[in-house]
Design a protein around this ligand. Structure first.
Ligand code: 9MR
Length: 368
């Protein structure tokens, strides 16, 4: 329970006075609040973040905060096909292994992102994905990559972003080289191969554009539920869904009932849910930092309050920990050229209002 949501969302001046079991109380100005993973753990959840590999060296203050906040890491690059097999037949695990070493040294778990995707691939791959060659290519890659990390990753995003209903393909699937070469069964094949090569890592479909009560996202939610039902009916070993949660603070059509119902529908199939890439873009908001931070925090809090209480949710990761680096500045630059403030720590590594929104949402989750 939060004693004062208003003060929570006030960013730098925020105070979170916990009255829940355990009676936590701390003031952000007086002392560093507990790490987000430490807040998540008593609720049976975890908190983690994505990491750009360049951040693994040369920024000790950042790494210190990463260790303090996160129980899980995911790489923005290192576990993608273009990094792991830049040339055909040549596997390079150096960067991924460095992240594994860092995580192990800091007692953090790691999630693998991602095996089969239409992006993040080396230029040679698409040409190699012929109907004759694609199956061997997929099996060989998954066997080698999953085999390399076998038993050491918490999760694998086995298939990333498979939906694109506007592509007009069966089941709302995206028209990718994998679909062209292998048909809709490419998803089955990938999950079965991953289950064989690394049975212990939780196997997920990771997807975006599922967050709002707008037509094209409703279509995507329906397509995902139907896809999951069909996969499970065929005995495909999919075990969970990654909700990317790339949110937009200017989007008004966030309907908590729609969202919590969607999460409940996934959970009712016996599947787990991970919030995999949370961030909140602010390029639709005015320049004023106070206004932006408040809107970003409120927006995320509303989304998290609808999702986190479902017992099928295992935890959440943000797509980066600090505003020092976010893909959003490249992909959706603000018109006024100001950097966005989409993450829990600002560029000075100070907690933003979003940090306290996440803390508050975790605090509000009933214990499991
Ligand atoms: O943030 C990532 C960016 O730095 C990479 O260039 C890009 C392509 O590999 O991937 C970005 O991460 C994406 C993630 O892998 C899947 N969901 C959307 C993320 C943001 O585009």
């Amino acid at each position: 329970m939060l004693s004062s949501r208003r003060s929570l969302l006030a960013g730098g001046a925020a105070m979170l006075a916990g009255t829940a079991a355990g009676g936590r109380a701390w003031a952000a100005e007086a002392e560093q609040p507990p790490g987000l993973n430490a807040l998540a753990a008593p609720k049976g959840l975890f908190f983690g973040s994505a990491l750009d590999d360049k951040q693994l060296t040369g920024d000790p203050a950042f790494l210190q905060r990463l260790g303090a906040e996160c129980g899980m890491l995911v790489s923005e690059y290192s576990f993608k096909w273009e990094t792991l097999q830049p040339e055909q037949g040549q596997f390079v695990f150096t960067r991924a292994d460095a992240l594994m070493d860092f995580a192990a040294a800091n007692r953090m778990r790691v999630r693998g992102h991602t095996l089969i995707w239409h992006e993040g691939n080396p230029p040679w791959l698409e040409a190699a994905l012929t109907p004759e060659g694609a199956l061997a290519m997929m099996y060989g890659y998954i066997a080698t990559v999953c085999g390399h990390f076998r038993g050491r990753l918490a999760h694998w995003d086995v298939v990333n972003e498979p939906l694109s209903p506007e592509d007009g393909q069966p089941f709302g699937l995206r028209a990718t080289p994998w679909l062209r070469a292998l048909g809709p069964g490419y998803i089955d094949l990938a999950f079965r191969a991953a289950a064989k090569a690394d049975p212990a890592s939780l196997r997920l479909i990771n997807e975006f554009g599922l967050d709002y009560a707008i037509d094209w996202q409703e279509t995507r939610r329906t397509a995902l539920l139907k896809l999951l039902e069909a996969l499970l009916a065929r005995g495909v070993p999919v075990q969970g869904v990654g909700l990317q949660a790339h949110l937009d603070a200017a989007e008004k059509r966030l309907d908590q009932r729609v969202l919590s119902r969607f999460v409940a529908d996934i959970a009712a199939m016996g599947l787990k849910i991970v919030v995999t890439e949370l961030d909140v873009r602010d390029d639709g908001l005015p320049a004023d930092i106070g206004v932006r931070d408040r809107a970003v925090a409120d927006h995320a809090r509303a989304w998290l309050d609808a999702v986190l209480p479902n017992p099928a949710v295992l935890g959440l990761l943000t797509w980066g920990l600090s505003d020092r680096r976010s893909w959003l500045n490249d992909r959706f630059p603000r018109k006024d050229h100001l950097p966005q403030r989409p993450l829990p720590l600002d560029t000075e590594l100070r907690p933003t209002a979003l940090f306290y929104a996440i803390a508050g949402a975790l605090d509000a989750v009933p214990g499991r």
